[in-house]
Design a protein around this ligand. Sequence first.
Ligand SMILES: Nc1nc2c(ncn2[C@@H]2O[C@H](COP(=O)(O)OP(=O)(O)OP(=O)(O)O)[C@@H](O)[C@H]2O)c(=O)[nH]1
Ligand SMILES: [Mg+2]
Length: 352
Amino acid sequence: MAFFTKLRERLTRSSSKIGEGLDGIVSEDAAPEASIPEAPAPEVPVPEPEADKPQIAKPATAGIVGRLFGGGKVEEPRRALDDDMLEDLEDMLVQADLGVETALRVTANIAEGRMGRRVSATELKELLATEIGRIMAPVARPLPLYAKKPQVVLVVGVNGAGKTTTIGKLASQFRAAGKSVVIAAGDTFRAAAVEQLQVWGDRAGVPVMVAPHGSDPASLAWDAMVKAEADGADLLMIDTAGRLQNRQDLMEELAKIVRVIRKKDPEAPHNTLLVLDATTGQNALNQVDTFQKLADVSGLVMTKLDGTARGGVLVSLADRFGLPIHAIGVGEQIDDLDAFDADEFARALVGL
Ligand SMILES: Nc1nc2c(ncn2[C@@H]2O[C@H](COP(=O)(O)OP(=O)(O)OP(=O)(O)O)[C@@H](O)[C@H]2O)c(=O)[nH]1
Ligand SMILES: [Mg+2]
């Protein structure tokens, strides 16, 4: 899929913190040629040692020509998996925003049955990618579409997380899939917000409902539901103003929007998307906590994964909340949003 190449390329460009960390951990205290025979790897295939020769791990990229001429052999350092190394691994994962609990569990799983074995950075990356992929697989779920018309999608999050941009991108995708979409500019608070959403509506070819500056977003949400129903729209996406968790008044306003929507349709909003900025690191966990209390968050969208080496927070989020990750943002353009694939993400994150 073209998108994942883009993700990997962009994550790599912003440098894989974990990948570099693993290279560093293994090269520290590692002997380049291992004369100690290795225990067989249960999960990761290791090249068969040639008889009577020092063991040399061939890089995964050694091409056929390189192998024919015996060139391209690069010795990969190895280091014995011991308590010290596990501690380094834990620290590195915590620094990469996986959070202490998740870092401990992932490290313990990697250690299990492998203590004393000499591993290369590539093997360690494969092991880590497998563990992370396992955590992420259950949350990789696209936004569910229901037969209900209109399906009301409320979009919430802190200031600048990428709510408006994500709505534009999603609206464009649903339009392309043949759905009729209405957007409501529920951010009546910030002056330029309505124009910004109208630009996205034009790009996506979707009508945008607006209300006067400073008016009550809850009543706009009500009006938008009436209109979307009258128009027979498949989807109504409601943008909201950015609000920080500590702004009690704005949080109360959000709870009111939800109450009013429910008055119109007790099952709405059918989806409440919390948009999170990947560059915020561990604070994303607090954001989920707070928004969950006020609005029944049903899924996450993680933006700005292109500009950061801090994607590790997704692992922490998946492990702690188990909320579906519907999509990830990898740029500012209309097509820079795609489904979340657990394995591809895990491999990109560890620098494979
Ligand atoms: N690189 C990158 N930039 C993004 C992404 N998503 C959004 N942005 C940028 O982030 C900035 C904020 O995006 P908005 O969509 O306005 O964020 P918002 O949550 O609506 O902001 P408020 O309404 O002010 O709370 C803009 O400059 C976007 O172009 C992404 O996936 N990658
Ligand atoms: Mg906005």
